[in-house]
Ligand binder design. Sequence first.
Ligand code: VOV
Length: 245
Amino acid sequence: MPEAVTTMDGWYCLHDFRSIDWTAWKYASNEDREQAIHEFKEMVGTWEGTEKAKEGSHALYTIVGQKADFLMMILRPTMEELNAIETTFNKSKLAEFTKPAYSYVSIVELSNYMGNADENDPEIQARLKPTLPKWNHICVYPMDKRRQGNDNWYVLEKEDRAKLMYQHGMTGRQYAGKIRQIITGSFGFDDWEWAVTLFAHDPLQFKKLVYEMRFDEVTSRYGEFGKFYVGNILKTEAIEEFLQV
Ligand code: VOV
């Protein structure tokens, strides 16, 4: 029987996508809008404090296209904290003007195909509990490894999977400095097996990387994908402008 690879798991992750009800927002009183913006900025301020203390991290992006208007990506040591954050948002004034668009629950994961990684290594710890880069663009999508007929990832021997993952890593390495990837595992947590979160300075690099990886066997034979979300960074100081009507 093929052997499962051991994983190292870090911070829990919530991708929380929301759409804004712009009509209701436009009809709201100035007072309500100001309160909503003030509360939201305060909430983001508390996240910034958590990030500074290295007790979590977050990313705030506006989403391009109709799938959502913005994304709050949150990393925290526990599932309870993720839940508390979404509930705080749900109770806030701004939430009265938003609708849930999509969410994804997962955990930062490194798979140990070489079998020699030391989880206590500070470098590994930094990857498991990362401060998310504040790069200009984000791309998020869920994925599975296929389990169909002759293309079943889960019947491959570990050493064969390791070879395919090595090839995958080599393709990815060509994008060093251009793309940062955070892989989060979601077996038992959500509808797909992983979420892929990519950060880039230039969004064209997402297209180039995702296209190039389609030719790696691990993707061409075994990759199955959900919906893609792409967006632009929403800096705290730009929140007001984004919500200006
Ligand atoms: C910058 C790009 C980049 C780089 C350098 C990179 C490297 C690596 C390495 C070295 C490893 C293995 C060890 C680990 O770290 O887990 C992985 C692991 C993984 N990857 Fe990856 N990946 C990238 C990028 C990258 C992308 C764009 C995708 C989506 C696939 C695509 O076709 O759209 C992806 C997927 C994954 C997944 C789902 C896993 C876990 C697989 C498992 O079975 O456990 N990944 N990945």
